[in-house]
Ligand binder design. Structure first.
Ligand code: 5AD
Ligand code: FES
Length: 346
């Protein structure tokens, strides 16, 4: 039965909600991973795109119950890179061969539109693609960043279950998050979204809805991360059992539904499994986002515990990731890696 669903998905990239649930519920999902790997190879090839991640501030005005840098966590040592430090870090990343810079932070109001636009303009002088991952903003703010040169924006929906979202993200509104995603699309960004997998109260039905939501938008990129409980949050006593396997299945089904998008092998996958990112790359993923934040700050950007590479320099991670990619017969792609680049052969 799943064989028939998979055969059809590989051909048509269309699945009903019931069929998605069926695939997400597979006990042994090896055939699903093989199908996702086949679709990945056919649509985006063997190249793996690297994105340099700079975690430039862990200040956040929000209070998501799952997140280690929530405003309510008073144990966190807060840090904020200066605009000059951000630009210097970006230059270093470029010297290691990165073609995309991802600027990520909590929702930190210190970085107003003027400051952000200045940083964006400076980084864009380096001939790289620039991705922002800085949360919910107004349409005008998104327009200003775009005007300054930002190319992509990452904003996970986290879950399409509105009730669950608003329970886990008090003071945030699910509709506003969707509004953000639509504004970003309309402004011409490449839009990345994604979900957390294994949240307390999340069902496999709602995970299927997440995938259909990404297909409908449609997203240009989507990252799936297993939820990992953080000791200094209200979800401290939750478990992470089974989250890795379910996240891997989510990612694989996403590849079947959205055959040509960029899918990262997320860092959180490697926190739960020593081979996590390689397994992800062999089950649909084609992007890795190595951390290029200075090691001085890395321990404090603790969204979840057990983050990998805390003591490793940006240079070390760059080399390590490339070796891992080569070890599974793949290679580092040297293009900027926009959605559709592979098909356009640019
Ligand atoms: N476990 C895993 N991922 C998390 N994130 C936040 N908190 C956690 C956690 N406890 C993810 C969210 C956010 C991304 C930057 O980090 O999905 O969008
Ligand atoms: Fe950082 Fe391997 S990715 S050391």
């Amino acid at each position: 039965m799943t064989d028939e669903i998979l055969r059809r998905a590989v051909q048509t990239h269309i699945l009903s909600k019931e069929e998605i649930i069926r695939l997400l519920s597979m006990q042994n999902a090896q055939t699903l991973f093989v199908a996702a790997d086949e679709v990945r190879r056919k649509f985006v090839g063997d190249g793996v795109y690297l994105r340099a991640l700079i975690e430039f501030s862990n200040y956040c005005k929000n209070n998501c119950l799952y997140c280690g840098i929530r405003a309510g966590n008073s144990h966190v040592k807060r840090y904020r890179l200066t605009p000059q430090q951000i630009i210097t870090t970006a230059k270093q990343a470029v010297s290691y061969g990165y073609k995309t810079i991802v600027l990520q932070s909590g929702e930190d109001l210190w970085f107003d539109t003027d400051k952000l636009c200045e940083i964006i303009r400076e980084i864009k002088k380096l001939d790289v693609a620039l991705t922002l991952s800085i949360g919910e903003k107004t349409r005008e703010e998104y327009a200003a960043y775009r005007q300054a040169g930002a190319d992509r924006y990452l904003l996970r929906i986290e879950t399409t279950d509105k009730e669950l979202y608003e329970k886990l993200d008090p003071q945030m509104r699910w509709e506003n998050r969707v509004r953000c995603l639509h504004d970003l699309k309309a402004l011409g960004y490449e839009v990345g979204s994604g979900s957390l997998v294994g949240l307390p109260g999340q069902t496999v039905e709602s995970l299927a809805d997440d995938l259909l939501f990404f297909q409908k938008l449609p997203v240009d990129m989507a990252g799936i991360g297993p939820f990992i409980p953080h000791q200094q949050t209200p979800l401290a006593t939750e478990k992470a059992d089974g989250h890795f396997d379910l996240a891997l299945k989510m990612m694989a089904v996403m590849r079947l539904l959205l055959p040509d998008i960029n899918i990262p092998a997320t860092t959180a996958m490697e926190t739960l499994h020593p081979q996590g990112r390689l397994l992800a790359l062999q089950a649909g993923a084609n992007v890795v986002m190595p951390n290029t934040t200075d090691t001085e700050f890395r321990p404090f950007y603790e969204l979840y515990p057990g983050k990998i590479c805390l003591g490793d320099s940006a240079e070390k991670c760059r080399g390590c990731v490339e070796n891992k990619i080569k070890s599974i017969g793949r290679f580092v792609a040297h293009k900027k890696g926009f959605h559709g680049d592979y098909l356009k052969k640019v």
